[in-house]
Write a protein that binds this ligand. Structure first.
Ligand code: NAD
Length: 463
């Protein structure tokens, strides 16, 4: 039997109703009526975590990993149902990726200097209670990767999540605390408030207990956190271009770009948001995307309708369009397409609003450039100085090097889909907090600790 979208929605609603999380509840571990209480309880928990051995911290993290795998589908469905963004299949993959590839205590390394005057260790110690702000685009994924890294570093964390994703966040925070209790750790290693607001966010930022703030979201929140007078890690917005030159495997580039762009309906901040193509291969690239990769070529009329639907006159995004499928977006402008259509493509100037704006929707505009030099300048312009992510498809190593240096982004993927930067089909770790603005890059436990120098004078050098 074919399962329709509305049947899936009904099933999700039933599951969520059975879970009794329709109203944020004080019975959920780590959830408090006020931010003050949340901070107080996280502080109590941190005093315990501070004294746990690395082995004990790792035990808690391993139970978080197991529960994340076991709950991947439930959380994925809940996230899609609550926010209306993304798709369940990809969200499941994202949670499995978090479970498998977010580093734990192994990420924290000690430096040692040994010599005639003794031994000096540079140890990485906790900040204490960390204040974290999370987006509605990857709500549970961000809570999980932040908590694992922060806990590995000996911290606890208070979240002020996006209000649009509060149920999903509460479910995840409860799960993390249940994992801690199961592993013999304290409750409230991660905390939040029942109703997050700008006020609770302010209380969190101003609390003397909190010395490190981590913001994952758009430019507004990152700027606010960086203006707080405290140390801030800012994981901000991007608008990643994918450059394709005439040396690339154009057919594979079409596949990689559309795969990356459509992953979780384009929600990841690292995902391809527009294409910059060298003129001699532009038609071939577009042709492969349309004939082999499930792309719909939007006419000028459809582009105009999409523009006025997905954003207002000031360029502010219509939240109802963010993270929706290509089919759903096209339906909103009266175009019915088959289910295999997964991306909307068109060619336009770099100033086109659907190209220059970070949409977080599977809409890929292509800008045609006469040669690589012009393509590089165009990609640089489109990235808007976010220094976040940029991707390139080329076999010319010198060009790849030039591109990576010029774009100066936290992530550059060469000849692959953007998600390989998250360890999905690529090497290394996963995170959903990419600190582009403040330079930590892909954050992990080592981003959430402070350096402490421990000096033994004139002894313990045994060389
Ligand atoms: P958003 O900026 O609307 O909200 C993010 C969080 O910040 C939410 O919890 C929101 O309530 C809070 N917030 C917003 N303005 C605030 C302010 N002035 N003071 C305090 N809190 C504030 O973003 P979103 O729609 O939830 O997420 C999408 C955006 O986040 C995109 O721009 C995307 O690129 C970015 N993002 C970046 C990363 C990264 O790792 N760099 C990861 C995910 C999302």
């Amino acid at each position: 039997m074919a399962v329709s979208e509305s049947m899936i929605q009904d099933i999700v609603k039933e599951v969520v109703a059975k879970m009794n999380i329709s109203a944020p509840s004080g019975h959920m571990h780590g959830v408090f009526p006020t931010m003050e209480e949340a901070i107080r309880e996280a502080e109590k928990a941190q005093k315990i975590v501070r004294n746990l051995s690395m082995d004990q911290r790792e035990k808690i993290i391993s139970v978080i990993r197991r529960k994340t795998r076991e709950n991947a589908e439930i959380i994925a469905r809940m996230g899609v149902d609550e926010t209306g963004m993304g798709n369940v299949g990809d969200k499941i993959l994202k949670h499995l990726l978090v479970a498998d590839k977010v580093p734990g205590t192994e990420d924290i390394k000690t430096e040692a200097y040994s010599g005639d005057r003794g031994l000096t260790l540079v140890e990485m110690g906790p900040f204490g209670v960390i204040g974290a702000i999370t987006p509605c685009t990857n709500p549970s994924e961000t809570v999980l990767c932040n908590t694992i890294g922060m806990l590995a570093g000996g911290n606890t964390v208070v979240f002020n999540p996006h209000p649009q994703a509060i149920k999903t966040t509460i479910y995840t925070i409860n799960m993390v605390n249940e994992a801690s209790l199961e592993a013999g750790g304290p409750d409230n290693v991660a905390c939040t408030v029942e109703v997050p607001t700008m006020e609770t966010s302010k209380t969190m930022m101003q609390s003397p207990v909190i010395q490190l703030l981590v913001a994952t979201g758009g430019p507004g929140v990152v700027t606010t956190v960086l203006s707080s007078g405290k140390k801030g890690i800012g994981a901000g917005a991007g608008n990643p271009p994918a450059l394709v030159d005439e040396t690339a495997d154009v057919r594979k580039a079409a596949q990689d770009i559309v795969n990356g762009c459509t992953f979780d309906n384009n929600l990841p901040c690292i995902a391809e948001k527009e294409i910059v193509a060298v003129a001699s291969i532009a038609d071939e690239l577009m042709n492969y995307m349309i004939t082999e990769q499930g792309c719909y070529l939007a006419s000028k009329e459809v582009q105009d309708k999409l523009t006025s639907t997905v954003m207002d006159a000031k360029g502010r995004l219509n939240r109802k369009c963010v993270g929706r499928s290509a089919k759903a977006l096209l339906a909103m402008v009266g175009v019915d397409v088959p289910d295999n259509i997964r991306c909307i493509v068109f060619e336009g100037p770099k100033e086109h609003p659907l190209i220059t704006t970070e949409l977080m929707m599977p809409i890929l505009g292509m800008v045609r450039c006469k040669d690589f030099d012009e393509a590089l300048e165009t990609a640089l312009w489109l990235e808007h100085g976010n220094r976040h992510s940029a991707h390139i498809h080329s076999k010319n190593v010198d060009r790849i090097t030039r591109y990576a240096k010029a774009l100066d982004t936290a992530i550059v993927v060469k000849n692959g889909p953007s998600y390989s930067a998250l360890g999905f089909g690529g090497e290394s770790i996963c995170t959903f907090t990419i600190a582009s603005r403040t330079g930590e890059g892909l954050t992990s436990a080592k981003s959430f600790v402070k350096m402490r120098r421990c000096v033994m004078s004139d002894s313990l050098c045994i060389r």
